[in-house]
Ligand binder design. Structure first.
Ligand code: PEP
Ligand code: MN
Length: 341
């Protein structure tokens, strides 16, 4: 249930509504919009909406039948902007760029890749997996904590933020220590224990769409994180399984306008895992931005031919630089920009 307060509702009136919600066994989540404050009531059994409607300062009470509430545009009409260390990084006017190798292989590899990215002269969030969800148990599984340490060290050297994938709850303390942004991979989108736990932290979470997840299932997974109190969720479209075999997955770009209508959360696109082929990455990244994505996440390796994993879909740094320059041209058409450092 969502309680929309009148424009001039007082703080006391808001408090009374929150108390009523909590006294009835629901949790209250407050969204202070530019015009109205909206209070979401989640988690309880039943409540007669008329008892809320008659409270002072209440404009409207909306019963939401969809399973996601806090994630929905009804809860918050303005776009959410995710901040890291006080800076707006995803969802604002500036297009968010995340780049780096599939996996952290060594300090030298991360340093060389980060140095090449830094030279481009735009803010880039460094990515790299330390724990890798590999389809085969015999493939490289990641460097673990050492990988996170390398990421942090390199990011600090180049004054960058880092994003890395968490696979299970037991890794959380490591991620809180070393990472700025936590990523939930496609294979874990419906690991409900994990997403529920990520609701209890305040670091941003990139939630990738599951390989065969509908948009509704994806939003419900985001609801797990938000209902725990973490508002910093970023959705990432990374392609879904279809009958098509020409690309690794099928990039569902229509998810961007669909999500934008249903939700206030920022959405980025990963064309690297979506297509699986280097020469398809830049066209789909350009298309993603044109379709209204808040950013892109791209695999870039200083030497893709030697990459331990996903080399064939990783861009060379100069290819990524040229893509960034294209995105700078496209972004203004959709009200975004690629800022220079
Ligand atoms: C990744 O980004 O490293 C990754 C494994 O992606 P996905 O979960 O989308 O397959
Ligand atoms: Mn990869």
């Amino acid at each position: 249930m969502l309680v929309v307060m009148k424009q001039n509702a007082s703080e006391d009136e808001v408090k009374t509504v929150i108390n009523y919600i909590e006294n009835n066994g629901f949790r209250a989540h407050v969204s202070e919009g530019e015009i109205n404050t909206v209070i979401g009531a989640v988690g309880g059994k039943s409540m007669d909406k008329r008892n809320l409607e008659i409270l002072d300062g209440v404009q409207e009470v909306i019963k939401i039948s969809s399973s996601y509430k806090l994630v929905s545009r009804t809860f918050r009409s303005e776009d959410s902007v995710v901040t890291v260390k006080g800076k707006e990084v995803i969802g604002g006017k500036s297009l968010c760029l995340i780049a780096g190798p599939c996996t952290v292989e060594s300090y030298e590899q991360m340093r060389d890749t980060a140095a090449a990215l830094k030279q481009i002269g735009v803010p880039i969030i460094l990515r790299g997996g330390a724990f890798k969800p590999r389809t085969s148990p015999y493939s490289f599984q990641g460097l673990g904590e050492e990988g996170l340490q390398i990421l942090r060290r390199v990011a600090d050297e180049f004054d960058m933020l880092v994003a890395s994938e968490i696979m299970e709850i037991s890794q959380l303390s490591l991620f809180l220590k070393y990472a700025d942004i936590l990523q939930v991979g496609a294979r874990n989108m419906q690991n409900f224990n994990l997403v529920r736990e990520l609701g209890t932290i305040d670091k941003p979470v990139i939630l990738k769409r599951g390989l065969s997840a509908t948009i509704e299932e994806w939003l419900m997974s985001a609801e797990y994180i938000m209902s725990g109190g973490n508002r910093n969720v970023i959705l990432c479209e990374r392609g879904i399984r279809t009958y098509e075999t020409a690309t690794r997955n099928t990039l569902d770009l229509s998810a961007i306008p669909v999500v934008k209508k249903l939700s206030h959360l920022p959405i980025i696109v990963d064309p690297s895992h979506a297509t699986g082929i280097r020469n398809k990455v830049a066209p789909m990244a350009r298309a993603s931005v044109a379709a209204g994505a808040d950013g892109v996440m791209i695999e870039v390796h200083h030497c893709p031919d030697k990459a331990v994993c996903d080399g064939p879909q990783s861009l060379y740094p100069d290819q990524f630089a040229s893509l960034v320059s294209d995105l700078g041209v496209i972004a203004p058409v959709v009200g975004k920009e690629v800022v220079k450092i």
